[in-house]
Design a binder for this molecule. Structure first.
Ligand SMILES: NC(=O)c1ccc[n+]([C@@H]2O[C@H](COP(=O)([O-])OP(=O)(O)OC[C@H]3O[C@@H](n4cnc5c(N)ncnc54)[C@H](OP(=O)(O)O)[C@@H]3O)[C@@H](O)[C@H]2O)c1
Length: 300
């Protein structure tokens, strides 16, 4: 057991995934609340964009020893890391399964007072989607080890990632098309990453959140055609819905996720979110943020 746990209440927040898109937004929210942040960053990852006040410790979810050292004396662990998105060569679901397990075991050994996990909406109903199920298993392990946790389960991000995926969304929209993940009548939840980041930062301090699995979403879920209509309205020009699933045959996990979306179970119950984190955001606002991020709307 860690010897510094008596000081844990004043210790920094250990953030895992701070160099990611969502992680950067979470870091901004934590800093704006005056939090001390220790970021666990992989060797070779560029940290030049992190604020200088952030304590950078080198480590890896797949290197348990590095996690023991990083978790020493921290007040909270926040993780939005993911291997599934394959940011680096060699990244895989192993990070989501084994990596999260390593982090939770380190938190348990160090008796970390709070662990905020970025989970996924309806993960416990999606046995057939490996990266969803990995989150469910992480939630289970947190409970088994008695680590005080908050699990936040957002819906699909309305975001404009850099790289080929963002480029594909932009090019589609330039040709008047959006990728619609469900047909008419089947709705899924979307949310802006900025709203997820705000909830994560609030979950660090909110006493009522402990031990809860909290759905995060917007004011309403949307079918594919409703999503296309919303994007058209916000963009101010016609947009039609194109099926997203067709071009992705190589990725079994993603295909399983698209199939799961068709069940209608990927819809957030936002009542707890509203109680703990304030008014549930409007999906229009998330769409506007995404389109601005893609450079298709002027930033204010
Ligand atoms: N996208 C969605 O629609 C959606 C929906 C619901 C939930 N989520 C959840 O949201 C979170 C953020 O997703 P994202 O796609 O935005 O992530 P992302 O930007 O790709 O960032 C992933 C982060 O994880 C870090 N990481 C990866 N492997 C690691 C390892 N072995 N050890 C330590 N750090 C590691 C990366 O570090 P490097 O900079 O070193 O690569 C990066 O900082 C994930 O937990 C995801 O499951 C996403």
């Amino acid at each position: 057991m860690a010897t510094t746990t008596a000081r844990a209440g004043d210790g920094p927040i250990l953030q895992v995934g701070a160099t990611g898109h969502l992680g950067g937004l979470i870091l901004g929210e934590l800093m704006s609340r005056g939090k001390k942040v220790r970021a666990l960053v992989r060797t070779g990852t560029d940290t030049s964009k992190l604020p200088t006040s952030v304590e950078v410790v080198r480590g890896d979810l797949l290197d348990p020893a590095s996690l023991n050292a990083a978790a020493e004396g921290v007040s909270t662990i926040v993780t939005s890391a993911i291997g599934y998105s394959q940011r680096k060569p060699g990244d895989s679901l192993r990070t989501d399964v084994e990596g999260n397990r390593n982090l939770i075991e380190a938190a348990s050994r160090a008796r970390v007072p709070r662990f905020v996990l970025l989970s996924i909406l309806a993960c416990d109903q999606a046995r057939e989607v490996p990266h969803f199920w990995a989150k469910k298993e992480a939630e289970d392990l947190l409970a088994q080890r008695g680590v005080p946790f908050v699990s936040l389960r957002p819906g699909a991000f309305l975001y404009a990632p850099e790289g080929p995926y963002g480029q594909m969304i932009r090019q589609g929209l330039e040709h008047g098309q959006v990728f619609a993940m469900t047909p008419e009548g089947v709705r899924i939840t979307y949310i802006a990453p900025s709203e997820v980041a705000r909830a994560v930062a609030m979950a660090v301090d909110e006493p009522r959140a402990i031990g809860q699995k909290i759905d995060l979403g917007s004011d309403r879920a949307l079918s594919g055609p409703e999503y296309a209509a919303l994007i058209a309205k916000v963009l101010g020009r016609p947009v039609s819905a194109a099926s997203a699933a067709g071009g992705r045959g190589g990725d079994q996990d993603m295909m399983a996720m698209f199939r799961f979306f068709q069940t209608g179970k990927y819809v957030a119950d936002t009542r707890r979110q509203a109680e703990l984190f304030g008014p549930v955001p409007k999906v229009e606002d998330g769409a506007r943020q995404m389109l601005t991020g893609l450079g298709l709307l002027p930033s204010k």
